[in-house]
Structures are given as C-alpha cells and as structure tokens.
Design a protein around this ligand. Structure first.
Ligand SMILES: Cc1ncc(COP(=O)(O)O)c(C=O)c1O
Ligand SMILES: [Zn+2]
Length: 438
C-alpha cells in the first residue's frame, strides 16, 4: 500500500521520510511537527517547538490508495477506538495491550430533541458519557498512555478540570502506572471521588485550572517531575490525537458520511481542533466524500474567552477568570483558543456561549427528549445548538451532530436544586390519588 502524507503543509517532508523510519511503537506517525512554523522533530516526549515555541502535533504517513480496503480493515476491528489504530500514533497490536478500551460510543438519532429545537434535518447526539470513566477523556488518555509506556515514564499525571483526573487514575490502574493528578480544590464531589477512587494520588490546588496547569508546567521542569508523563502537557501531542476518534466514529456511524454541522464544547480547545484534523484525514484518505462541513464551538458565558474573541472578530484570545457551573469547561486561558477561532472561521461555523441557567435547561431538555443525562458540558453544547438555530447561524435543514462529552451523574449539583420527586406519598392508593398523578 502506498504511503502519503495527509498534512498539506508538510507534504514534501513527509514524502522524504518513509513510514519505516518511525518507531513501530507509533504506527503510522513519523514525526512531531510545529503547528506554527512547520519544523519537524523526532517523536519524543516534547510538546513545544525549540525554534518558535509553537505547539507540536503528530504528523503521519497514512495508508492511502485503497480506501475500500482501509474501510474494511476498520470495520473488522474491535468495538473501541483501537479499530482506528491504522490512523493513530500507536502500535498495530495496541488492542492486545492493557487499556480501558474506550470509544465506539452511541451516536443517537435525536428525533424528539430535533422536533423541540425546530430541526428538520437529521440531528444526532454523540454520547460520550458511555466511556469507561464516563467522559470523552478516556480517548485522549488511552493514546497518551501508549506514548508514556514507550518513553519509559512510570508516573501518569495531568492538570485537570475533573474528568481528565478520573480518566488518568483509571487508565493508570488498568495499565500498571503510578498516578498523581492535580485539580482545582473546589470541583464537584462526583469528579473528586472518581479521581480518587482508583487509588492514585489526587492533589487539590487552591486556585483555578489555569493555576493548576501553570504549577504542572513547573513540575515538569523540576527533578521532582522526572519520569512523569503529564498526559496533557509533555504528552499533549499524543493525547490530542485521541479526539480524532470522535470524528472517525461519527462519520463511520453515519455510514461513512460527513455531518454538515458539528457542535463541540471548548475548554482548552484541543478536542475541537483534533476533530477537525480527523475529518480532514478522512477526506484526504477517500473514506468520506470531500464536501464542506461547519464546526461550531460551545462555551459557558461564565468562561467564554473563545466565544468573546470570535464575536469581537479578534485573533487573540484574552484570558478570563472562570465563574460557571460548567466546571469541566472552566479554562480561562485556553491553549488551543486561536486555532479554534481559525477553524470556526475557515469552516463557516461560529463560537457561542450560554448562561448557567440555559445550561441547566438544556441538560433537562436532552434528558426529557432523548433519555441522555449529560454533565454540564453537554448542557453547554445543547444550549448553544438551540441558540445558534434561533440566531440563524446553524441550518436546521442539514445533518447536525452535537457532542455530549460527559455524564450527568458527575455534576448532580447543577440540576439537583430544580429536579426531584413529583410527590412524596404514603404507601396507599388513596395517597397516590391525592397526589394527582394517576
Ligand atoms: C466533559 C468535557 N467536555 C469537554 C471538554 C473540553 O476539552 P478540551 O480541553 O479538549 O477543549 C472537557 C475538558 O476537560 C471535558 O471535561
Ligand atoms: Zn515552530
């Protein structure tokens, strides 16, 4: 099978470096490439370009020339993200190695929600609450773990808004790493318990996520952090690639079709940028037809640095101090913010935000219409979808995919004040009749 780079900016460099030069541990990945200046580096535990400090991402020689064969190979693979191993920086036999085996979550055709929102085309909810630790973070961690193993790290770590800490704790337990994860001290109880229960160390830091992240960067440069793989810092190029599997899955589950519009939550913005990367790869490989798609980003008003920049027409994202119930999205200084702006503008999408009240309403709307209990991040995407339709920015006649990236059981406090029993009765028929529910 011929090999060909699918990264337009780096085609010639990729053509010069045959796939065989990459370590077998990274499958089709051949290098790390700077997203700013394009300089290439050997695959390693590095994340910033030495020339311009730009972020690095994985570059590939992907298998091209036989889309039918590749499609068949993927379809014959396991019901988890490892079916896409030919497109990921992991060894070909990755499915046999210890991992939580996340992915291939349900794509729910959401007809009742569509009716409520006035959508006449197809509406689908990609429900990632079905992952092993109930958020999409299991995808990104699974790839980072493979890299951590190859680089000989013994401790897995991260800075987290909650879900990532749980995903790292669980993956470390399954894969035999020690873990030590860092979170803001004031997260939801469900997130704290999940991050602690797998037996690794959990450290609450007095500060925001941005303080936690800064602290982790310092730790990497210190002898204390030697042998530590921070999945979203020094392993970030590999970690990010896990989100491509959301793009692959939604297209495969649509019958190898691209959606027209996708609504994605934004914290650091990594997930959104990698879904776009995944869609571009599928087009370049001939696995889906080459047609335009629009990417929409979703934030909570109380932490909306990217939507604020989008609406103001700025290229630079000004940091904010978060204050929202959508704590999983509470990153005030998002690393991938400028790339999100580029993608939303290039694809003809937008970045929008909703109030905490709208988040709660949207969580309940999704639960009532589709039986999906989303965490606050899912309330953000559903709420933003509603707003985008009302504002005429999202076309209700097209095929739309909305992401639910986490489970409502982790953010019970958001809905508890306005949700509860319809009645409390004595165990008698009379009492039930009196409650007026018969
Ligand atoms: C449930 C959930 N959805 C979405 C995101 C956003 O991820 P990203 O930082 O890749 O934008 C997060 C990040 O923590 C999350 O926990
Ligand atoms: Zn560079």
């Amino acid at each position: 099978m011929a090999v060909q780079s699918v990264e337009s900016s780096t085609d010639s460099a990729a053509a010069d470096s045959p796939a065989s030069s990459a370590s077998a541990a990274f499958g089709p990945a051949v290098a790390l490439s700077c997203r700013e200046c394009g300089e290439r580096f050997d695959l390693g535990p590095i994340f910033a370009c030495v020339s311009c400090f730009g972020p690095l991402e994985v570059a590939y020689d992907l298998p091209s020339g036989d889309p039918e064969g590749l499609r068949r190979q993927i379809e014959a693979g396991p019901d988890n993200i490892w079916r896409y191993a030919p497109l990921l920086p992991v060894p070909a036999d990755v499915a046999t190695l210890p991992s939580l085996r996340p992915g291939f979550t349900q794509l729910v055709k959401a007809d009742r929600l569509a009716r409520e929102l006035g959508i006449t085309g197809e509406l689908h909810v990609k429900d990632d609450s079905g992952n092993p630790t109930h958020s999409f973070k299991d995808r990104v961690v699974a790839i980072a773990v493979q890299a951590a193993r190859t680089f000989g790290f013994t401790t897995l770590s991260c800075s987290s808004t909650g879900n990532l800490a749980g995903a790292v704790g669980a993956a470390a337990a399954r894969s035999g790493f020690r873990s030590c994860v860092f979170i803001p001290h004031d997260l939801e109880a469900g997130k704290v318990v999940m991050a602690a229960v797998y037996g690794g160390d959990l450290v609450g830091i007095e500060g925001t996520y941005d303080d936690v992240n800064r602290f982790c960067s310092e730790l990497i440069g210190d002898p204390v952090g030697e042998g530590w793989g921070f999945v979203n810092v020094n392993l970030r190029p590999y970690y990010g690639e896990g989100s491509k599997t959301l793009a692959y899955e939604m297209c495969e589950q649509l019958g190898w079709r691209l959606p027209d519009q996708i609504v994605i939550p934004i914290a650091s913005g990594s997930q959104l940028t990698k879904i776009d990367k995944g869609l571009k790869e599928l087009i370049a490989l001939g696995l889906v037809e080459d047609k335009p798609y629009k990417i929409f980003g979703a934030q909570a008003e109380g932490c909306s640095p990217v939507s604020t920049a989008f609406k103001a027409g700025h290229d630079v994202v000004r940091p904010q101090k978060p204050n929202t119930i959508a704590k999983s999205l509470a990153i005030g200084n998002p690393a991938d913010g400028p790339y999100v702006l580029d993608i939303a503008r290039r694809t003809g999408g937008a970045v929008e935000d909703v109030t905490d009240e709208q988040v709660v309403d949207a969580i309940k709307l999704l639960a009532r219409t589709e039986g999906i209990f989303a965490e606050t991040a899912g309330g953000v995407t559903v709420g933003v979808t509603k707003k985008l339709i009302e504002d005429g920015l999202l076309d209700p006649s097209l095929t739309t995919v909305v992401l639910n990236t986490g489970d409502g059981l982790k953010t019970l406090d958001a809905v508890a004040p306005t949700t509860g029993p319809s009645a409390i009765i004595r165990p008698t028929l009379d009492s039930f009749r009196e409650a007026g529910l018969a």
